[in-house]
Design a protein around this ligand. Sequence first.
Ligand SMILES: Cc1ncc(COP(=O)(O)O)c(C=O)c1O
Length: 376
Amino acid sequence: MLPGPTNVPNRVMRAMLAPIINHRSDDFVELYTDVVSKTQQVFETQNDIVALSASGTGAVEAGVVNIVKKDDKVIIPVNGEFSNRLSQLIEGQGANVIRLETPPGENATFDQVKEAFDNNNDVKAFYVVHNETSTGTMVNYLDKVSDLTSRNDSMYIVDSVSLLGGASLPVDKWNIDVCMTGSQKAIAAPPGISPISISPKAKKYMIENPPATMYFNLARYFKYYEESKHTPFTPALPLLYAYREALSILLEEGLENVFNRHKICSDALYAGLSALGLTPFAKEEDRSITIVALNYLDGLEDKTFRNTLAQKFRVLVAGGFGNLKGKVFRVGCMGEVQRYHVMRTISSIASTLDMMGYDVDAKAGLKIAEEKLKDL
Ligand SMILES: Cc1ncc(COP(=O)(O)O)c(C=O)c1O
């Protein structure tokens, strides 16, 4: 139940045993074109796809160095570890960054974003972390942002590392120019592949203004794909096999069903854990589907709680980041997550709290979760 990496189905693990083929062969073309086509379906886009052999940060870095140049004006909401990292990466390019800071657990509102655009008519790009993994918040107005970015043709760029695959993110419908994710979260593959979608507008810009890097220069990837359907550098073949298998599983289940399952499990976790007396960290309207962050009860010690849960019940959850360390814990609700994971997590947390001397109503937590799960 970590916020990534998540459980990987055996079918996906077994896919990694396929032969290490020549990455300049027809076999590779078959593999990589299939990866591209399945990624397009999950991103709900016709845009170009690059599947980098890298962790999510690789995709995020590529999404920055290929777009942002010195003195460019960039708007970015910042409310946690990953949005702060993204902002630092953009600042590192020498950009003029307008940080829309809000307290952890709260998102900048659409009106705050609009105001920033109203006050700046020379914005080169809007960057946003879709789902702030460190605090369990999720931005709910990504569908409206292109009304703002289209005003002066700025780029619209989304880090959806901890959400894509767990909820609909229709890249084309929402006019997102660059969208990045990682294989190890809602897609439920092992870590190490980070897919990116790139709109025709962003692609043209990247080709005309390549960055001073080699591995993350996306123009190289476009050139190789157009000429031969290859990647410029040796890809992590076993991870590509696994990633393709994980995408096949999502598509076989049907994206609508996958998204519903995530939402139902998430609602059940919030309701069940709240009934145990735990309170979600994020503001209600900003709560993430895939990361359920909860405040620790008074006196509940992070390490003891998580170690007991792991050792006695084999349930792994994550602690907090930075100054939220010891104050919150985070339950991942993504990938394979099903009724079984939800119920076992709630009952194990209830038992752990009971063992640590807290008076919890386990039955109430399980009952409300069961009700929420009835449509699964
Ligand atoms: C929102 C977000 N962005 C970027 C990353 C970085 O991904 P990775 O650790 O795979 O490099 C993470 C990882 O948790 C994340 O949650």
